[in-house]
Design a binder for this molecule. Structure first.
Ligand code: AMP
Length: 200
């Protein structure tokens, strides 16, 4: 892995433990000699993550859109900044540039990016490893929701086949290097088709 894309919250009105986790993630990525790719913001976990990576001598690549790239919201000191035409292109670019993806605690923007990344694994559009930094057990309810979706028959594979989760950034990155999602597309389409037959 050379480049890690990180999705995380833009809010700074959160417990210090979350901002500290973002800083530790930035430092760890830079310390491993990896480039950080992220949304280009200066606020909340996004800003803490990017500042820590830059302070540790790391390369930080932002991918943003004009609307977010204001003096208050956009990070001004990144190694590289891509400005895309719209939010869909931005998400595609964030994905394209990465060899692996990590989601830190965040809000709807983070959920949107994370769920899209996971959905694209289960549709066979990419096989990049995805990890959740489970600071303060933040993602436990999300994992419970996915377990529920699996037991109700709405998912084709369980959460542990799609991503890994760890509360320690260093361990998460180490595990990410050898993780590949266990998504067998042939099995998935067969399961889906069988479901359709059973309905008739
Ligand atoms: P949220 O989790 O709702 O705070 O949204 C965070 C996610 O949305 C990030 O991973 C970004 O990709 C995107 N985002 C939110 N605010 C900004 C911003 N000011 N600049 C760039 N991207 C942002």
């Amino acid at each position: 892995m050379r480049r890690i894309t990180v999705y995380c919250g833009s809010s700074g009105a959160v417990a210090p433990v979350y901002l500290d986790a973002a800083r530790e993630t930035g430092r760890t990525i830079a310390g491993l000699g990896l480039s950080l790719v992220y949304g280009g913001g200066a606020t909340g976990l996004m800003g803490a993550l990017a500042d820590a990576a830059l302070e540790s001598g790391g390369e930080v690549i932002g991918v943003t859109i004009d609307k977010f790239n204001s003096a208050e919201l956009g990070h001004r000191n990144l190694t590289e900044l891509h400005v895309t035409d719209n939010i869909q292109d931005r998400k595609a670019k964030l994905m394209e540039l990465s060899d692996g993806i990590i989601a830190l605690p965040g809000g709807l923007g983070t959920f949107d990016e994370l769920v899209e990344g996971l959905n694209w694994v289960q549709l066979g559009f990419h096989e990049k490893p995805i990890g959740l930094l489970n600071t303060n057990a933040y993602f436990d309810p999300f994992v419970s929701l996915l377990d529920h979706a699996l037991s109700e028959g709405f998912l084709y594979v369980g959460p542990t086949d799609l991503f890994i989760s760890d509360s320690d950034p260093g361990r998460l990155l180490e595990r990410l290097g050898s993780f590949r999602p266990k998504m067998n597309m042939t099995e998935r389409w067969a399961k889906q088709a069988r479901g359709a037959e059973e309905q008739i």
